[in-house]
Design a protein around this ligand. Structure first.
Ligand SMILES: Nc1ncnc2c1ncn2[C@@H]1O[C@H](COP(=O)(O)OP(=O)(O)O)[C@@H](O)[C@H]1O
Ligand SMILES: N[C@@H](CCC(=O)OP(=O)(O)O)C(=O)O
Length: 362
């Protein structure tokens, strides 16, 4: 994959890429990454940055007299650190004559189709006006129970929402190793074509300032690649890593998650990343489950529904579970829950969930 084939990319920058060993913000590294993004921007590429580093940067700014609980620490450090982070980005990009803008978001901002499209619209307008969006989770107001696992999850959602051609995840390691990367004898995996390729290699360990670890990266990378978006995990601490990935292709150590040949539709991408917002559950019988999971992916007809739990409106996201209670799909419902209950088990009627709005996590 080279820059020539890419016009729209998302780049996620992990905390450890932007943090020095003493915990302070690595301005030198930030400047180097901004220089590379500016060069790609000059070549006509549309780029969205998802940048961690707010909490790490804020922690190094403050000398607290007493220890804080984890929520207070996250809120305080991110409030101070994000101000410092975005200010640096603003000044560094301005030195290149490029405008950047801050997008602070929370998982709630993706909870309905309307919220999702509103968020998308903001970044569409920014890109159309040559402004580089710099996205981060708003840790000051995000509710612990409804946070992104980390910015790897957020970056996958953004790449999917914005229809980017590739997502580059810059971490503090060259990519996915076939074991503990710090153990002798393990090697870097350059290509991943299927989620099963290396799932057994991922240790729960993570670096000092990281939140999600490689396990999250791997899960998100496989999901986004299955939607038709190439994903690269590479080492953000390598000089010129972005330009080398674009121009020198295979000479730079990295892990490439190959994009699925058939891209997922934009509405299915929204559904795929909305599983956490399901407003209800629909239980289906064996015949309906088989029809929906078949290669032809049938729509869910009322006749195959055996139970409906929860209250939902038309166009909400719902879970589909089989007779054993196992989640087999998510979808956008064509009826509100009261009407769906009236149709449940009966023949005729429009599909409860049309196959175009059905996402099955293969
Ligand atoms: N199989 C693996 N290959 C590469 N890194 C791994 C693997 N298993 C665990 N890791 C750990 O995951 C870390 C990267 O995740 P994380 O700490 O969240 O970084 P970031 O700040 O970039 O999100 C690596 O530094 C490494 O310690
Ligand atoms: N919003 C947080 C994101 C933390 C995070 O996801 O960190 P990482 O796993 O290093 O990408 C921050 O800016 O510190």
């Amino acid at each position: 994959m080279t820059q020539k084939s890419l016009r729209r990319i998302a780049v996620k920058i992990g905390s450890n890429v932007l943090t020095r060993k003493d915990g302070t913000l690595d301005i030198t590294r930030m400047s180097s990454i901004v220089d590379q993004v500016a060069e790609l921007h000059r070549r006509g590429m549309e780029i969205i940055l998802i940048s961690s580093g707010a909490v790490a940067s804020g922690r190094s700014e403050l000398r607290l007299s007493q220890s804080l609980d984890s929520v207070s620490a996250r809120q305080l450090y991110s409030a101070v650190g994000q101000a410092k982070l975005i200010n640096r980005y603003y000044e560094l990009f301005r030195d290149h004559g490029i405008a950047c803008g801050q997008i602070l978001t929370t998982k709630e901002n993706f909870s309905t189709r309307r919220h999702y499209l509103n968020q998308k619209h903001c970044m569409d307008v920014m890109l159309a006006n040559n402004v580089i969006p710099i996205v981060n989770e708003n840790d000051t107001v995000s509710v612990t129970e409804l946070m992104f696992t980390d910015n790897d999850e957020l970056s996958g959602l953004i790449a999917s929402m914005m229809g980017m051609q590739a997502l580059i995840i810059l971490s503090n390691i060259d990519g996915v190793y076939d074991g503990d990367p710090f153990s002798p004898g393990t090697r870097l995996i350059s290509d991943i074509h299927d989620a099963a390729d290396a799932s057994g290699c991922i240790a729960k360990s993570k670096s000092s300032a990281g939140r999600g670890g490689m396990a999250t990266k791997y899960r998100i990378a496989c999901k986004v690649a299955s939607e038709g978006i190439a994903v690269i995990i590479a080492n953000g601490k390598r000089d010129d890593i972005l330009l080398d990935l674009m121009d020198k292709k295979n000479t730079v150590p990295h892990t490439l998650f190959h994009a699925a040949a058939t891209p997922t539709s934009s509405v299915k991408k929204w559904i795929a990343h909305s599983e956490g917002f399901a407003k209800g559950s629909i239980t289906v019988n064996e015949g309906a489950a088989e029809a929906m999971l078949a290669p032809t992916r049938a729509s869910l007809l009322p006749v195959g529904v055996t139970a409906i739990d929860g209250d939902f409106e038309k166009d909400d996201i719902v879970r589909v579970v089989d007779a054993d209670g196992k989640v087999i799909a998510w979808g956008r419902t064509s009826y509100k829950s009261d009407d769906a209950r009236k149709l449940m088990g009966g023949r005729g009627g429009r599909p409860l969930i049309h196959s175009d709005y059905l996402y099955i996590d293969d």
